[in-house]
Design a protein around this ligand. Structure first.
Ligand code: DON
Length: 304
């Protein structure tokens, strides 16, 4: 398979479409990025890296970090986790608080903000230095010291963190939060402020395409069955109230972030990261989703 040729073709076709969206502006520091950037990196299971466009430029991975934190706590808590957070698509925006009340403080899934806060709370319970250990973990997955936490993005988010703070207090009122709220929010805002390139992000997702084994870390990160479950969650919940549309158009397990990144996997074939800052009204990158749609259309194989 000529992956380099394929992603270049996709890149040029998407660029020609001249799609327009809006950079996320509720985190002011993120609104400062050049909206025209666009990159794709694909990593096959031999560790070959293919890239086009701005694939080496670090960007704010935002919610994509929720996959990394979930992976870290998955092994530690195993099935116990699922008494605190569900595994159903929410059909609501990522920062919605509505379901939390009538579902008694159990978030629908670990990728909406409420669920991710529960996961980060669990991370804080089990890891002494959660931010450092998360950074080390992602570096290990990428086989590279690549993780940087952007303090300006982190502070910007903290200063505009009313929604996430409200979600955390709400969870606490249902006794689904064990650590001090400020401490957990600091870790959450730091994980969202991680910057990495498409290349390093695709490498950090490679184990999910490879039955839980990372060729870059050279170890089994999760069991085959746990990796399969994270992929199932990404397929059903990775794009919030656009998860159905992403499954329909692209058909890959993936996770988006409001920085404009999308990381996805084709199990047993490759992992891929695409980045372009302009978002649609659901908070997902317009060009990144279009690129993945074209890519899976052009491939001679599919998940389905
Ligand atoms: O907590 C937030 O609102 C952001 N730090 C992350 C949201 C996000 O990336 C949603 N993804 N599409």
């Amino acid at each position: 398979m000529d992956y380099q040729g394929l992603i270049e073709e996709v890149y040029h076709e998407v660029q020609a479409e001249n799609l327009k969206g809006k950079v996320a502006d509720y985190i002011p520091e993120i609104a400062n990025v050049d909206p025209n950037q666009f990159g794709i990196a694909l990593v096959d299971l031999k560790g070959n890296v293919y890239g086009v466009g701005d694939h080496q430029v670090p960007f704010s991975i935002q919610s994509i970090s929720k996959v990394h934190t979930l992976t870290m706590v998955f092994n530690v808590f195993n099935t116990k986790l699922w008494s605190r957070v569900n595994v159903e698509p929410s059909g609501d925006p990522f920062n919605s608080i509505a379901q939390l009340e009538y579902e008694k403080g159990i978030p629908r899934n670990p990728f909406i903000n409420a669920g991710a806060l529960v996961i980060t709370d669990a991370l804080c319970s089990k890891f002494e230095n959660p931010i450092d250990q998360l950074s080390e973990f992602i570096n290990e997955l990428a086989g590279e010291t690549c993780v940087k936490i952007n303090p300006d993005v982190m502070n910007s988010e903290k200063n505009h963190g009313e929604r996430n703070t409200a979600l955390a207090y709400f969870l606490k009122s249902y006794k689904n939060f064990n650590n001090p709220i400020e401490e957990v929010l600091n870790v959450y805002f730091s994980q969202c402020a991680i910057e990495m390139s498409c290349v390093d992000l695709a490498k950090s997702f490679s184990f999910l395409a490879n039955d839980g084994f990372s060729i870059f870390a050279d170890r089994q990160i999760l069991s085959e069955s746990s990796a399969r479950r994270i992929n199932a969650l990404m397929l059903t919940c990775g794009f919030y109230d656009e998860a159905g549309e992403f499954a329909y158009r692209v058909g890959l397990p993936g996770k988006s972030g409001v920085g404009g990144g999308v990381a996805a996997v084709m199990p047993h074939k490759f992992s891929i990261a695409v980045w372009s800052p302009e978002l649609n009204e659901k908070g997902n990158s317009i060009k990144s989703i279009r690129a993945l749609e074209l890519l899976t259309d052009k491939l001679s194989f599919s998940l389905f």
